[in-house]
Design a protein around this ligand. Structure first.
Ligand code: IPM
Ligand code: MG
Length: 384
């Protein structure tokens, strides 16, 4: 099969981790016979320098002509946030892409891998029950795309409003996505809202239940967002699929992202109703470590796996990439963000460095080398 991929590395660690994901892509191509045609485009601060825009028309056109978008990260260093190059950079690039391509469903899997359990801030007896949650976040409604206004009141004091809207079609679409996803997992959907206060949430709850009738095999429960925030920390094993509104999904998925131990392990998919998608690590541009070789490439590599699964329906290849990542972690390969207490004494080297005990502290390239090696051996096993 052939696939045209728009590659948008962006800023900060985006370039360096994307380069590693492309190496993995080349290996996938060789093993699974997928012909990738990749074209790079500028986005974020990198685009602003050349075009004066965080999301230039050239980049939108490139995405339009592609089968999927592999996205890195955007945003500048905290100390330079007010420079034109970085001002509103994330919102201008990410939100505009969502709006342009009508990406209404955002999938964020959160898993605690047993081999990385020591990085999870929760106690063993809580995480031993297993943490494997899929956040399904609505992406185009709520207060994100309603009218934003800052104004002066009659008394001269400043005020601001952000309008929050949900239509029944918007809710139904994301609810279907959640129920379908649950059918491929553990058949449970937790719908999170604030229906004790908000009209948008009352509508949300009503529509999710209407849609739920079409999925009688899936258990549906409602949870108020404040309670959910608590439950994610108290007992995350109770969740399978969590479906929620744009703003609540933004906050809860970041809170849950702490559980696996590092944002460098998180991948996400944003999809529209035609199945077109953008695949990105939601962890940000990590400007503080950009260029040091320390960035964890796993989030970008797992985003490639999601691209293979959702954009290209290459489930076997997607699983192979995920298995290769797990095998590297199992073998003790660690970038600095996931090294934990056992590997603290290990020095960073590119490639298979031997560190403290069985932990091997590696850099961005070293981690990818190991993943590619594992990927190659998976195919050998499948062939047998
Ligand atoms: C995310 C981000 C974005 C959001 C920001 C950068 C606009 O936090 O993808 O979660 O709020 O959706
Ligand atoms: Mg966020």
């Amino acid at each position: 099969m052939k696939a045209k991929i728009a590659v948008l590395p962006g800023d900060g660690i985006g370039e360096e981790v994307m380069a590693q994901a492309l190496r993995v892509m080349a290996q996938v191509s060789e093993q699974f016979g997928i012909k990738f045609e990749t074209t790079s485009g500028l986005v974020g601060g990198a685009a602003y320098e050349k075009y004066g825009s965080h999301l230039p028309d050239e980049t939108i056109a490139l995405c339009k002509g592609s089968d999927a978008i592999l996205f890195g990260s955007v945003g500048g260093p905290v100390s330079e946030m007010n420079l034109p190059k970085w001002k509103n950079c994330e919102a201008n690039s990410i939100l505009s892409l969502r709006k342009n391509f009508k990406f209404n469903v955002n999938l964020r899997p959160v898993k605690v891998l047993p081999e990385l359990a020591e990085l999870c801030p929760l106690r063993d007896e809580i995480i031993n029950k297993g943490v494997d949650i899929l956040f399904v976040r609505e992406l185009l409604g709520d207060c994100y795309f309603g009218e934003h206004k800052t104004f002066k009141q009659a008394d001269g004091k400043r005020a601001a409003t952000d309008q929050s809207i949900y239509t029944e079609d918007q809710v139904a679409s994301v609810a279907h996505a959640a129920f379908k996803a649950a059918r491929k997992r553990r058949n449970k959907v937790t719908s999170v809202d604030k229906a004790n206060v908000l009209d948008t949430s009352k509508l949300w709850r009503e529509i999710v239940h209407e849609v739920g009738k079409e999925y009688p095999d899936v258990t549906l429960e409602d949870m108020l967002v404040d309670n959910c925030a608590m439950q994610i920390i108290r007992d995350p094993s109770q969740f399978d699929v969590v479906v929620t509104t744009n703003m609540f999904g933004d906050i809860l998925s970041d809170a849950a992202a702490v559980l696996p131990g590092s944002l460098g392990l998180m991948a996400s998919a944003s999809l529209n109703e035609d199945g077109f998608g953008l695949f990105e690590p939601p962890g940000g541009s990590a400007q503080d470590i950009a260029g040091t070789g320390k960035a964890n490439p796993i989030a970008q590599i797992l985003s490639l796996a999601l691209l293979l699964r959702f954009a290209l329906s290459q489930e076997e290849a997607a699983q192979a990439v995920e298995t290769a990542v797990a095998a590297s972690l199992n073998a003790g390969y660690r970038t600095a963000d996931i090294v934990g207490s056992r590997g603290k004494s290990a020095g960073t080297e590119s490639g298979a460095a031997d560190g403290g005990e069985s932990i091997k502290l590696v850099d961005t390239v070293g981690m990818t080398d190991s993943i590619i090696k594992n990927l190659a051996s998976i195919k050998t096993l499948l062939r047998v």
